[in-house]
Ligand binder design. Structure first.
Ligand code: IPE
Ligand code: IPE
Ligand code: MG
Length: 238
């Protein structure tokens, strides 16, 4: 390996451990989420400075609705605040925002501020920041298949024309490169329904550090680990 650090083009993060972080400090779980939200903003800047071009974070899963109402509400309020307050910063840092997941189940005011932020940042050419909200990979794939099936039923395409590219284009992540590196914090080593199609060949990195304690040094460690891997895509080693 040469001395130049390869920077992954697209990094995806399962931000886990907010609740445990808070519990350890005798704080309510929602305080962990509030700290976690501050960390995301910092990591977005750090990722940008490191030269990462796409950052995708898992903020709320399709399964997270089963949490207590008060916690769901607190999480939605953090997202609400983010959508309402981050435009100036995105403009300054040239960040493009996209929300992936089924937005139709979110409150209308939240949907409206997401649409506004996506629209206002759509021509920004800096880092592309995807936030997964009410996101589940299975749900995303089913929604994609429905779109394709509707076209087939309308006679616009034939089943034989359906290929990997068409399927990828039917997903919320259409147009984005697949993640090179997937990070999950706080010790769990599972995917929890995140980007299952897109991470087919991503390198996986797990760290015991809880999300509210994650920082630039930890991100650099993950990128170093990525650099120590020999990436393969099923072919011969060259
Ligand atoms: C991650 O932290 C944030 C969300 C899933 C919304 P958790 O809330 O899952 O924290 P733990 O895993 O319970 O510690
Ligand atoms: C995954 O974390 C979802 C997000 C980070 C938003 P969870 O904490 O919800 O996942 P499980 O329940 O540990 O698999
Ligand atoms: Mg968790």
């Amino acid at each position: 390996m040469d001395n130049v650090r390869k920077i992954p083009q697209h990094v995806a993060i399962i931000m886990d451990g907010n609740g445990r972080w808070a519990k350890k400090r005798g704080l309510p779980r929602t305080m962990g989420h509030a700290q976690g939200a501050r960390v995301v903003e910092q990591i977005l800047e750090d990722a940008d400075h490191m030269g990462i071009r796409y950052l995708t974070v898992y903020a709320f899963s399709t399964e997270n609705w089963t949490r207590p109402d008060s916690e769901v509400k607190a999480l939605m309020n953090l997202l609400r605040t983010y959508m309402k307050t981050s435009l100036a910063k995105c403009a300054k840092n040239n960040v493009r925002i996209r929300v992936i997941g089924d937005k139709s189940r979110l409150d209308e005011d939240l949907q409206a501020s997401i649409a506004h932020l996506e629209h206002e940042t759509r021509t920004n050419t800096g880092i592309s920041f995807q936030i997964a909200i009410n996101y589940g990979s299975r749900d995303e794939m089913v929604r994609g298949i429905r779109k394709i099936a509707a076209k087939a039923a309308a006679g616009q395409i034939s089943p034989e024309q359906i290929d990997e590219e068409m399927f990828s284009d039917s997903l919320d992540t259409a147009g984005l490169p697949d993640p090179d590196l997937l990070i999950r914090t706080c010790g769990e080593e599972r995917i929890s329904n995140f980007l299952m199609w897109q991470i087919a060949y991503s390198e996986l990195y797990f760290t015991p550090v809880a999300w509210p304690d994650f920082n630039k040094a930890e991100l650099e460690k993950a990128v170093d680990a990525y650099n120590s891997r020999e990436r393969r895509f099923g072919g011969l080693v060259n």
